[in-house]
Design a binder for this molecule. Structure first.
Ligand code: GDP
Ligand code: MG
Length: 275
Protein backbone atom coordinates (compact mmCIF):
# COMPACT_ATOMS: atom_id res chain seq x y z
CA UNK A 1 0.00 0.00 0.00
CA UNK A 2 1.22 3.47 -0.80
CA UNK A 3 0.01 6.44 1.19
CA UNK A 4 0.65 10.03 0.16
CA UNK A 5 -0.05 12.90 2.52
CA UNK A 6 0.84 16.56 2.41
CA UNK A 7 3.50 17.45 4.96
CA UNK A 8 1.89 20.62 6.31
CA UNK A 9 1.00 19.69 9.80
CA UNK A 10 -0.77 21.15 12.75
CA UNK A 11 1.16 21.33 15.99
CA UNK A 12 -1.11 21.63 18.97
CA UNK A 13 1.09 20.78 21.93
CA UNK A 14 4.83 21.26 22.29
CA UNK A 15 7.03 20.26 25.19
CA UNK A 16 10.36 21.99 25.75
CA UNK A 17 12.68 19.61 27.60
CA UNK A 18 15.31 21.33 29.73
CA UNK A 19 17.97 18.99 31.12
CA UNK A 20 19.62 20.53 34.17
CA UNK A 21 22.64 19.90 36.27
CA UNK A 22 23.52 22.89 38.46
CA UNK A 23 21.67 25.49 36.44
CA UNK A 24 20.20 27.49 39.33
CA UNK A 25 21.61 30.76 37.97
CA UNK A 26 19.85 30.52 34.62
CA UNK A 27 16.92 28.09 34.80
CA UNK A 28 14.20 30.54 35.83
CA UNK A 29 15.26 33.05 33.17
CA UNK A 30 14.95 30.31 30.54
CA UNK A 31 11.62 29.08 31.94
CA UNK A 32 10.10 32.58 31.98
CA UNK A 33 11.33 33.32 28.46
CA UNK A 34 9.85 30.06 27.12
CA UNK A 35 6.53 30.45 28.93
CA UNK A 36 6.11 34.00 27.58
CA UNK A 37 6.29 32.88 23.92
CA UNK A 38 3.00 32.98 21.97
CA UNK A 39 3.16 29.26 21.12
CA UNK A 40 1.76 28.22 24.50
CA UNK A 41 4.57 25.81 25.30
CA UNK A 42 4.94 23.47 28.25
CA UNK A 43 8.28 22.70 29.90
CA UNK A 44 9.73 19.55 31.41
CA UNK A 45 12.84 20.06 33.53
CA UNK A 46 14.88 16.85 33.89
CA UNK A 47 17.12 17.43 36.88
CA UNK A 48 19.74 15.03 38.19
CA UNK A 49 19.54 16.08 41.86
CA UNK A 50 21.62 19.18 41.22
CA UNK A 51 23.46 20.08 44.42
CA UNK A 52 22.75 23.79 43.80
CA UNK A 53 18.99 23.32 44.28
CA UNK A 54 17.91 23.78 40.63
CA UNK A 55 14.92 21.46 41.17
CA UNK A 56 13.60 23.54 44.08
CA UNK A 57 13.55 26.63 41.89
CA UNK A 58 11.36 24.78 39.41
CA UNK A 59 9.03 23.55 42.17
CA UNK A 60 8.63 27.07 43.56
CA UNK A 61 7.74 28.61 40.18
CA UNK A 62 4.16 29.82 39.80
CA UNK A 63 3.65 27.65 36.68
CA UNK A 64 4.76 24.46 38.44
CA UNK A 65 2.45 21.50 37.80
CA UNK A 66 0.49 23.63 35.37
CA UNK A 67 2.81 24.37 32.41
CA UNK A 68 6.11 23.54 34.10
CA UNK A 69 6.86 19.96 35.11
CA UNK A 70 9.80 18.26 36.77
CA UNK A 71 11.44 14.85 36.47
CA UNK A 72 13.89 14.33 39.31
CA UNK A 73 16.55 11.66 38.98
CA UNK A 74 18.69 10.37 41.82
CA UNK A 75 22.10 11.49 40.51
CA UNK A 76 24.01 12.73 37.47
CA UNK A 77 23.23 10.25 34.69
CA UNK A 78 24.14 12.14 31.54
CA UNK A 79 22.42 14.19 28.91
CA UNK A 80 21.31 11.25 26.75
CA UNK A 81 19.17 9.47 29.31
CA UNK A 82 17.77 12.82 30.49
CA UNK A 83 16.44 13.45 26.97
CA UNK A 84 15.33 9.83 26.47
CA UNK A 85 13.26 9.96 29.67
CA UNK A 86 11.96 13.39 28.71
CA UNK A 87 10.88 12.18 25.26
CA UNK A 88 9.09 9.20 26.77
CA UNK A 89 7.31 11.47 29.23
CA UNK A 90 6.30 13.77 26.36
CA UNK A 91 4.96 10.89 24.27
CA UNK A 92 2.95 9.52 27.17
CA UNK A 93 1.39 12.93 27.76
CA UNK A 94 0.44 13.30 24.09
CA UNK A 95 2.71 16.14 22.94
CA UNK A 96 3.10 16.54 19.16
CA UNK A 97 6.63 17.93 19.33
CA UNK A 98 9.42 17.63 21.89
CA UNK A 99 12.18 20.22 21.91
CA UNK A 100 15.76 19.92 23.12
CA UNK A 101 17.32 23.03 24.56
CA UNK A 102 20.15 23.91 26.98
CA UNK A 103 19.10 25.47 30.27
CA UNK A 104 21.91 28.04 30.27
CA UNK A 105 20.53 30.66 27.79
CA UNK A 106 23.03 29.60 25.11
CA UNK A 107 20.01 28.89 22.96
CA UNK A 108 17.78 31.91 22.43
CA UNK A 109 14.21 30.95 23.40
CA UNK A 110 12.79 33.25 20.71
CA UNK A 111 14.28 30.91 18.07
CA UNK A 112 11.79 28.24 19.18
CA UNK A 113 9.13 29.82 16.94
CA UNK A 114 11.25 29.35 13.79
CA UNK A 115 12.11 25.77 14.74
CA UNK A 116 8.43 24.95 15.22
CA UNK A 117 7.53 26.68 11.98
CA UNK A 118 10.00 24.36 10.24
CA UNK A 119 8.18 21.35 11.70
CA UNK A 120 4.83 22.83 10.64
CA UNK A 121 6.19 23.15 7.11
CA UNK A 122 6.97 19.44 7.00
CA UNK A 123 10.31 18.69 8.63
CA UNK A 124 10.41 15.83 11.12
CA UNK A 125 13.42 17.28 12.94
CA UNK A 126 14.40 20.97 12.93
CA UNK A 127 17.91 21.76 14.15
CA UNK A 128 19.24 25.16 15.14
CA UNK A 129 22.61 25.32 13.37
CA UNK A 130 25.55 27.43 14.50
CA UNK A 131 27.34 26.89 11.20
CA UNK A 132 24.76 27.32 8.46
CA UNK A 133 25.59 30.92 7.55
CA UNK A 134 29.26 31.07 8.47
CA UNK A 135 30.04 30.74 12.18
CA UNK A 136 27.42 32.11 14.59
CA UNK A 137 28.96 31.47 17.99
CA UNK A 138 29.48 34.24 20.55
CA UNK A 139 32.04 34.18 23.36
CA UNK A 140 33.44 30.69 22.96
CA UNK A 141 37.16 30.32 23.50
CA UNK A 142 38.93 29.46 20.24
CA UNK A 143 39.78 25.98 21.57
CA UNK A 144 36.11 25.08 22.14
CA UNK A 145 35.12 26.50 18.76
CA UNK A 146 37.80 24.43 17.02
CA UNK A 147 36.66 21.27 18.84
CA UNK A 148 33.07 21.92 17.75
CA UNK A 149 33.95 22.68 14.12
CA UNK A 150 36.35 19.72 14.03
CA UNK A 151 33.65 17.43 15.46
CA UNK A 152 31.30 18.55 12.69
CA UNK A 153 33.82 17.89 9.93
CA UNK A 154 34.75 14.51 11.45
CA UNK A 155 31.11 13.48 11.84
CA UNK A 156 30.18 14.42 8.28
CA UNK A 157 33.24 12.66 6.88
CA UNK A 158 33.08 9.48 8.96
CA UNK A 159 29.33 8.93 9.27
CA UNK A 160 28.10 10.66 6.12
CA UNK A 161 25.47 12.63 8.07
CA UNK A 162 25.00 15.73 5.86
CA UNK A 163 24.42 18.37 8.54
CA UNK A 164 26.26 21.66 9.06
CA UNK A 165 25.91 21.27 12.85
CA UNK A 166 25.58 17.57 13.74
CA UNK A 167 26.44 18.12 17.42
CA UNK A 168 23.93 20.93 17.94
CA UNK A 169 21.58 20.56 20.90
CA UNK A 170 18.75 22.95 19.98
CA UNK A 171 16.15 20.84 18.19
CA UNK A 172 12.46 20.33 17.60
CA UNK A 173 11.51 16.69 17.06
CA UNK A 174 8.10 15.53 15.88
CA UNK A 175 6.60 12.67 17.87
CA UNK A 176 6.66 10.42 14.76
CA UNK A 177 10.46 10.35 15.07
CA UNK A 178 10.40 9.59 18.77
CA UNK A 179 7.89 6.81 18.23
CA UNK A 180 9.73 5.16 15.34
CA UNK A 181 13.42 5.65 16.12
CA UNK A 182 15.36 2.49 17.04
CA UNK A 183 16.25 3.76 20.50
CA UNK A 184 18.14 0.59 21.41
CA UNK A 185 20.72 1.61 18.78
CA UNK A 186 21.33 5.00 20.45
CA UNK A 187 24.23 4.16 22.76
CA UNK A 188 25.93 7.44 23.78
CA UNK A 189 25.61 8.75 27.32
CA UNK A 190 26.79 12.27 26.53
CA UNK A 191 26.65 14.66 23.59
CA UNK A 192 27.22 11.90 21.01
CA UNK A 193 23.51 11.42 21.61
CA UNK A 194 22.81 14.46 19.42
CA UNK A 195 24.65 12.89 16.50
CA UNK A 196 23.04 9.49 17.00
CA UNK A 197 19.48 10.81 17.06
CA UNK A 198 20.03 12.67 13.79
CA UNK A 199 21.97 9.77 12.23
CA UNK A 200 19.34 7.12 12.92
CA UNK A 201 16.49 9.48 12.02
CA UNK A 202 18.23 10.29 8.73
CA UNK A 203 18.82 6.62 8.00
CA UNK A 204 15.16 5.92 8.64
CA UNK A 205 14.28 8.54 6.06
CA UNK A 206 12.96 11.29 8.30
CA UNK A 207 13.25 14.81 6.92
CA UNK A 208 15.81 16.90 8.83
CA UNK A 209 16.08 20.64 8.25
CA UNK A 210 18.56 23.06 9.74
CA UNK A 211 17.89 26.73 10.37
CA UNK A 212 20.53 29.27 11.36
CA UNK A 213 20.76 30.33 15.01
CA UNK A 214 23.19 32.41 17.03
CA UNK A 215 24.69 30.48 19.95
CA UNK A 216 25.92 32.49 22.93
CA UNK A 217 28.25 30.94 25.50
CA UNK A 218 26.67 30.70 28.93
CA UNK A 219 27.29 33.59 31.32
CA UNK A 220 26.37 31.64 34.46
CA UNK A 221 27.20 28.19 35.73
CA UNK A 222 29.67 25.76 34.25
CA UNK A 223 29.71 23.69 31.08
CA UNK A 224 29.47 19.92 31.57
CA UNK A 225 31.38 19.30 28.36
CA UNK A 226 34.43 17.11 29.02
CA UNK A 227 37.17 15.20 27.26
CA UNK A 228 35.51 11.87 28.08
CA UNK A 229 32.27 13.06 26.47
CA UNK A 230 34.20 14.08 23.34
CA UNK A 231 36.06 10.75 23.19
CA UNK A 232 32.84 8.78 23.64
CA UNK A 233 31.25 10.72 20.77
CA UNK A 234 34.28 10.26 18.51
CA UNK A 235 34.28 6.47 19.02
CA UNK A 236 30.57 6.23 18.50
CA UNK A 237 30.77 8.18 15.24
CA UNK A 238 33.50 5.81 14.10
CA UNK A 239 31.21 2.87 14.86
CA UNK A 240 28.38 4.51 12.94
CA UNK A 241 30.71 5.10 10.00
CA UNK A 242 31.77 1.43 10.04
CA UNK A 243 28.14 0.31 10.19
CA UNK A 244 27.39 2.61 7.30
CA UNK A 245 30.25 1.38 5.12
CA UNK A 246 30.56 -2.30 5.91
CA UNK A 247 27.03 -3.33 6.79
CA UNK A 248 25.21 -1.54 4.00
CA UNK A 249 23.71 -4.84 2.92
CA UNK A 250 21.87 -4.91 6.24
CA UNK A 251 18.75 -2.85 6.81
CA UNK A 252 20.52 0.13 8.38
CA UNK A 253 20.77 1.92 5.03
CA UNK A 254 17.24 1.23 3.91
CA UNK A 255 14.97 4.08 4.90
CA UNK A 256 11.50 3.02 5.97
CA UNK A 257 10.43 6.62 5.53
CA UNK A 258 11.60 8.53 2.48
CA UNK A 259 11.19 12.06 3.70
CA UNK A 260 14.80 13.21 3.62
CA UNK A 261 15.14 12.16 0.00
CA UNK A 262 12.76 14.84 -1.16
CA UNK A 263 12.82 18.50 -0.32
CA UNK A 264 9.97 20.52 -1.73
CA UNK A 265 10.80 23.79 -3.48
CA UNK A 266 9.47 26.87 -1.66
CA UNK A 267 5.71 27.01 -1.92
CA UNK A 268 5.27 23.39 -2.94
CA UNK A 269 4.16 20.93 -0.26
CA UNK A 270 6.44 17.96 0.31
CA UNK A 271 4.79 14.57 0.14
CA UNK A 272 5.45 11.41 2.04
CA UNK A 273 5.34 7.94 0.52
CA UNK A 274 4.96 5.10 2.97
CA UNK A 275 5.08 1.54 1.79
N1 GDP B 1 19.91 16.21 33.74
C1 GDP B 1 21.14 16.38 33.24
N2 GDP B 1 21.43 17.47 32.53
C2 GDP B 1 22.69 17.61 32.05
C3 GDP B 1 23.70 16.66 32.26
N3 GDP B 1 24.84 17.09 31.64
C4 GDP B 1 24.54 18.26 31.07
N4 GDP B 1 23.25 18.60 31.33
C5 GDP B 1 22.50 19.77 30.87
O1 GDP B 1 22.54 19.73 29.46
C6 GDP B 1 22.63 21.05 28.93
C7 GDP B 1 23.88 21.13 28.06
O2 GDP B 1 25.04 21.08 28.87
P1 GDP B 1 26.09 22.29 28.91
O3 GDP B 1 26.87 22.16 30.15
O4 GDP B 1 25.38 23.57 28.70
O5 GDP B 1 26.99 21.93 27.69
P2 GDP B 1 27.65 22.90 26.61
O6 GDP B 1 26.57 23.83 26.14
O7 GDP B 1 28.10 21.95 25.55
O8 GDP B 1 28.76 23.58 27.30
C8 GDP B 1 22.65 21.99 30.13
O9 GDP B 1 21.34 22.45 30.36
C9 GDP B 1 23.12 21.09 31.28
O10 GDP B 1 22.68 21.51 32.55
C10 GDP B 1 23.37 15.50 33.03
O11 GDP B 1 24.17 14.60 33.29
N5 GDP B 1 22.08 15.40 33.49
MG1 MG C 1 25.18 24.86 27.09
Amino acid sequence: MSLTTTSKRNIERTLVILPTYNEADSLIKVVDAVLSLPENLDILVVDDSSPDGTADLAKNHSAFDDRLFLLQRPGKQGLATAYKEGFQWGLNKGYDVCMEMDSDLSHDPTDISRLLQTITEGADIAIGSRYLNGISVINWPLSRLLVSIGAGIYTRWVSGLPLSDPTGGFKAIHRDVIEHLDWNKVKSDGYGFQIEVSFFAFKKGFLIKEIPIIFTERRDGESKFSLSIAIEAAFRVLQLGCLERFQSSKKISSPSYNRNLYEAPPGEPATREEG
